[in-house]
Write a protein that binds this ligand. Structure first.
Ligand SMILES: O=P(O)(O)OC[C@H]1O[C@H](OP(=O)(O)OP(=O)(O)O)[C@H](O)[C@@H]1O
Ligand SMILES: O=c1cc[nH]c(=O)[nH]1
Length: 210
């Protein structure tokens, strides 16, 4: 997670009046935001490369594993990895980590099917893991993901990338890469739709809790 002296990158202030209900990001916006996040990850992987890199824009990428948090963090991680490969020519390992059994609010959320946990063959030990999710809200999903990772290996570092940070944290968790910071009212919902899961790329703000 980001240190307190290093603000997460984003495109809008996190404080301010709540966003109006409606479309926050169109399909084209989602594509642009994913591209920007891919570039930021390339840069950050290079600066955190213990080997110092080769100066060709691919430093640290072999060390990087993008781990998506289901549901929509999984396709998002795959898309960011695909864009990193498109920009650098270097493939990036991707995985998914189901967090269901690690949640602290399991009893409040009702029964839901477990999602797959799939890691690259090289695993995550000693590597730079970037957790990927669509929305960061209370931080409880990310907290659960950190616990899930603990059972999967021992990365040398864990960072967090989210498409939308809507504020209202209940835990001391902050993203290292933010596609878009969106001031919201607690009563609103941010709904991320991706073509892989929903048939369309868009981010909506709706009124009323789900
Ligand atoms: O910071 P938090 O308060 O945990 O909220 C963010 C989480 O909520 C949503 O997932 P949800 O649990 O609704 O499941 P889904 O991904 O299957 O939609 C979203 O995808 C994030 O994972
Ligand atoms: O607004 C929210 C809150 C939690 N999870 C979401 O996907 N959206």
């Amino acid at each position: 997670m980001a240190s307190s002296t290093e603000p997460a990158r984003g495109t809008a202030p996190r404080t301010g009046d709540p966003s109006s209900a409606g479309t926050l990001l169109t399909a084209a916006d989602v594509g642009r935001v994913i591209d920007r996040m891919a570039h930021q990850l390339i840069e950050r992987a290079a600066t955190s490369d213990p080997g110092g890199g080769r100066g060709d824009g691919t430093a640290g990428l072999s060390d990087l594993v993008l781990v998506g948090i289901p549901t929509r963090g999984a396709p998002l991680a795959r898309r960011i990895a695909a864009r990193i490969e498109a920009f650098t020519g270097t493939p990036v390992d991707v995985g998914t980590a189901d967090i269901t059994l690690y949640r602290d609010d399991l009893r409040m959320r009702g029964v839901r099917a477990l999602e797959p946990t799939v890691l690259p063959d090289a695993g995550i030990d000693g590597r730079l893991v970037v957790l990927v999710d669509d929305v960061l809200f209370s931080g409880r999903s990310v907290r659960a993901a950190l616990d899930a990772l603990r059972d999967l290996g021992r990365p040398r570092s864990v960072q967090l990338a989210v498409l939308v940070d809507r504020g209202h944290r209940e835990l001391p968790i902050r993203a290292d890469f933010v596609g878009k910071n969106v001031p919201t009212a607690r009563s609103q919902q941010v709904r991320v739709h991706l073509s892989e899961t929903d048939g369309v790329d868009e981010v909506l703000v709706t009124e009323g809790e789900s």
